[in-house]
Design a binder for this molecule. Structure first.
Ligand SMILES: *Cc1c(COP(=O)(O)O)cnc(C)c1O
Length: 240
């Protein structure tokens, strides 16, 4: 699908940007290079700069790229986009992490398939929105609080933290505040006794806001544009 298309940035530019970005992050923060809409060649360039974590938003697109990059066996693949229930089975085979567990029905479906197939779970994060945002998926805080006992009873789901995407239009201080709230909420949840649920991971921060997310205690940042350049330019080659 995407093979043969040149990325808009050259491989050398992607390598430089990735190397630079990595050098600005504290070592305990995992850098996930968000390669959605970018061709496999762009992933290869970031890989050459030492990046091993890649984030994709669509199952089908990730499947094609994984096939093209089968020789790079030590990549950790992260699903960061909304997952339709009918694609769970495929997603479980492709991804090491699922950041976008955004509703009960999905959590339950993941758990059921894992139980039936007896395969190990990818690590999962619960996607939350701490401010109203009709355009985004995710649990609202009260909704997730209510669902936690049931989620904790899903014995095959390996849930290890929280993920969030900020709504557009917040000031920097508001952005920082939301990130801090997410971290504080996770710390609070961590003090409670759970059977399955764990709370050590915080996936927050994108190109525009990741320094604030790091400041607030992100353990993973998901960065696309700052590494691969503008996705608009590649949209032309990407209507599958
Ligand atoms: C696209 C995307 C990113 C990366 O966004 P950039 O602004 O390009 O860094 C991060 N997280 C999610 C969930 C995304 O969909």
């Amino acid at each position: 699908m995407l093979s043969g298309q040149l990325p808009v940035l050259s491989a050398a530019e992607i390598r430089d940007r990735a190397t630079h970005l990595k050098s600005t992050l504290p070592p305990h923060v995992r850098l996930i290079a968000v390669s959605k809409f970018m061709p496999a060649a762009a992933i290869r360039a970031a890989y050459e700069a030492g990046i091993r974590d890649f984030g994709e938003s669509r199952v089908q697109e990730a499947a094609s790229k994984r096939a093209e990059l089968a020789d790079l066996t030590d990549i950790t693949w992260h699903l960061i986009g909304h997952l339709q229930t009918n694609k769970v089975r495929q997603a479980l085979q492709l991804f090491d992490w699922i950041h976008s567990v955004d509703r009960w029905q999905l959590a339950e479906r993941i758990n059921t398939i894992l139980r039936e197939s007896d395969t190990p779970s990818p690590r999962c994060l619960l996607q939350v929105k701490l401010r109203p945002d009709p355009k985004k998926y995710g649990w609202e805080k009260a909704e997730l609080e209510d669902a936690l006992p049931q989620l904790d009873a899903l014995s095959h789901l390996r849930c290890c933290g929280l993920m969030t995407i900020l709504p557009l239009g917040l000031s920097s201080s508001e952005q920082l505040q939301v990130f801090q709230e997410l971290r504080a909420w996770g710390e609070e949840l961590r003090t409670k006794p759970w059977q399955q649920l764990q709370w050590q991971e915080y996936s927050m921060g994108m190109t525009q806001d990741y320094p604030l997310a790091v400041q607030a205690g992100a353990t993973m940042v998901r960065i696309g544009t700052a590494i691969f350049g503008d996705r608009q330019a590649t949209l032309e080659i990407h209507h599958d």
